[in-house]
Design a protein around this ligand. Structure first.
Ligand code: WT7
Length: 635
């Protein structure tokens, strides 16, 4: 039996049992057999969820890029590491071998050093989905700099907030990006953001779209000439197991985005282990995850997990609708993709189009179909299963979070029988529990509750950058001695988990995690707005869309409401990005509030979702009369 590679269901149960009975032993075996260490650990795990403090492989020394690159040179030097498919299908795909990737990352790492970046410095990466993005990430890891990738769809304000929060010394960006038929002026956005960031000393710019940009003297330089001069050998910085590897921001229900900090050894071990098992990757397979590296899915399952396994990982620059809705299927055929990992929102959007787009392509290379980011509804599950997998490729509904670093609950394809809308079983090392509102663990099957994890796993985020108190409050205070996920879940008669959605004020729109508070803060900046509340409502393609209730100041009342709606969405776009725009904006004279002044979002959610037959208890409201008013004016 191999701990590292599970092949059938009995094996899964055996390995799982082992991982729970003696987690230290289990992870020690995985770590020993599959990675390169410069020094062995002194202890496998030390933890205390009350502080909270978690150490995996304490005392060990390593560099993650040595595990992702150097060690493959001998056996896989000429194998394709990154397969790049450009936005424009007419542009040739690039096959970057492990040897080439090694050399490019080393050169990039030397450039970073020459620009004064040292171990522990933060480097913000704001790049499109081009190979330089993966190289930038790895170059930081090579020299021990902490990367903070910001998804290149975020606005200048959102970028500036993230740069300042972690005091980034450098920004890596491009002149612009291609997105379908459009181009985006990334450098212009960076320039605007940097007006508010005094911490940034240098900006390195990748030339991608050949646009006319301004380079600020003394601050901005083109990357390529620096790379051309750099040596292709850069000794890896030897890191402690618990040294931070990266920061990645995720929205919270309140306040600033949270800079989740992931550390080196545990993250490496867990992402590599889960990649191997969840995708059943075999040596000559071509694996494709459609996420952007700006999200955790891309960090763990485009870059680190696949490369740690010596896999071929496809990076796609474009969008599923360009030049037409057949693009995904065309790419699968063209590169003979074996494992395909995407989001329910993409599946729903493509399922709306003519089936011709699918049927004109040969998808017979596919073996595993993954889904991530939000619950996959039954209809989308079946469409994916019938039309893409032809009922032959198991659908892997993978549940996890930015905070968990890696996939937590998921079928193991060809081992775990799948069930539509169920993420099924916890992966080895993961101990989920369901809790009731009084903080008691709910035992047995056919129950639902709040999803917590009661034992640490190697890739759990260790803190929130600069705010350990918030880390403790957000994840370890709701339930004693447990990590609280923020999700609700149910467990069926055989112990399968189905994630039912967020139980807090986070809304998942098209797979993007959005907090209500930052959006409300943005709206409230509008001079005509007095107050606002955002809720989610069901949407065919996006899963959830945003519904805003807005109270206007007297000065706003006389204004044209459609213009106000446009202005409000404009402000949101500037503060956060177009992904956070509201689908519906209802102007109202009041919001239902409790006596302590808290907005009753539950009621607003029901109204927005057309579910007003049972609004629940409204007796604690300070102003019950506004409820009727809101219902009557519902959009
Ligand atoms: C939230 C985390 C994990 C990478 C992408 C999102 C929801 C994620 C599933 C799934 C149901 C899911 C949860 C979770 N979610 N995957 N398979 N089924 N819900 O990462 O932005 O940190 O969002 O996404 O609500 O808490 P994220």
């Amino acid at each position: 039996m191999s701990n590292y590679h599970i092949k059938h269901l009995e094996e899964y149960y055996q390995v799982y049992r082992k991982s729970v009975i003696n987690p230290e032993n289990f992870w020690q075996e995985v770590a020993e057999e599959h990675f390169v260490w410069r020094k062995r650990w002194d202890s496998v795990l030390e933890w205390d969820f009350t502080k909270p403090e978690i150490n995996w492989f304490k005392g060990a020394k390593l560099n993650i890029t040595e595990n992702c690159l150097d060690r493959h040179l001998l056996t896989r030097g000429d194998k394709t590491a990154i397969l790049f498919e450009p936005n424009n299908p007419e542009e040739e795909a690039q096959h970057i071998s492990y040897k080439e990737l090694y050399e490019k990352v080393n050169a990039f790492a030397n450039v970073l050093k020459s620009q004064g970046i040292k171990k522990g410095d933060r480097v913000c990466i704001y790049l499109p989905m081009i190979p330089e993005l993966a190289m930038a990430v790895l170059a930081c890891a090579r020299i021990g700099a902490i990367h903070s990738v910001v998804f290149a769809g975020f606005s200048a304000t959102a970028l500036a907030t993230r740069i300042n929060d972690s005091d980034c010394k450098m920004v890596l960006t491009a002149d612009g990006s291609f997105r379908g038929a459009k181009t985006i002026d990334l450098k212009g956005i960076v320039d605007e953001a940097l007006n508010d960031c005094s911490c940034v000393e240098n900006v390195l710019v990748v030339k991608r779209i050949n646009s006319d940009i301004t380079m600020q003297k003394g601050r901005d330089q083109w990357l390529q000439p620096l790379l051309d001069k750099a040596s292709t050998v850069c000794e890896p910085e030897i890191m402690d197991a618990e040294d931070p590897l990266f920061i990645l921001y995720t929205s919270g229900s309140t306040g600033m985005p949270k800079g989740m900090v992931h550390t080196t050894a545990g993250y490496m071990v867990y992402t590599a282990y889960t990649f191997k098992n969840v995708f059943q990757y075999k040596e000559n397979d071509v694996y494709w995850c459609t996420a952007d590296i700006g999200w955790i899915t891309g960090h763990s399952y485009i870059v680190y997990g696949p490369l740690a396994n010596g896999a071929t990982t496809l990076m796609f620059e474009g969008v599923p609708s360009y030049p037409d809705y057949g693009r995904f299927w065309e790419i699968i055929e063209k590169h003979k993709v074996n494992q395909f990992y995407t989001a329910p929102t993409a599946i729903r959007a493509l399922a709306k189009e003519k089936l011709d787009y699918v049927e004109s392509h040969d998808l017979s290379s596919l073996k595993v179909l993954g889904s991530v980011g939000e619950p996959i509804n039954e209809e989308a599950w079946h469409w994916y299963n019938d039309n893409i997998g032809k009922k032959k490729s198991p659908i892997i509904d993978t549940w996890w979070q930015t905070e968990t670093g890696g996939i937590m609950i998921s079928p193991v394809p060809y081992a775990t029988p799948t069930k539509p809308t169920y993420a099924t079983l916890p992966l080895p090392g993961i101990q989920p529990v369901l809790m009731d509102e009084n903080g008691n663990e709910i035992n047995g099957n056919q129950v639902d509750g709040r999803l917590c994890i009661k034992f640490p796993w190697p890739s759990i985020a260790r803190t929130i950058w600069g705010n350990h108190k918030r880390y403790k409050e957000t994840y370890f205070s709701a339930f004693e001695n447990k990590y609280f996920t923020g999700d609700g879940a149910l467990r069926d008669e055989v112990g399968y988990y189905r994630i039912t959605g967020r139980v807090d004020d986070v809304i998942i729109v098209s797979g993007h995690n959005l907090g209500t508070a930052p959006i409300e803060d943005a709206i409230n900046e509008h001079p005509a707005v007095a107050e606002s509340a955002i809720v989610g409502f069901p949407h065919d393609i996006k899963g959830s869309a945003l519904y805003g209730y807005v109270i206007l100041k007297e000065t706003g009342e006389s204004r044209n409401h459609d213009n106000l709606r446009k202005e409000i969405n404009q402000i949101i776009t500037e503060h956060i990005g177009p992904i956070a725009k509201l689908d519906k904006i209802q102007f109202t004279v009041g919001l239902p509030k409790t006596r302590s002044g808290k907005i009753m979002r539950r009621i607003l959610r029901k109204i927005a979702g057309n579910d007003i037959s049972n609004l629940g208890d409204t007796s604690t409201l300070l102003n019950p009369e506004v409820v009727q008013e809101i219902i009557e004016n519902k959009l």
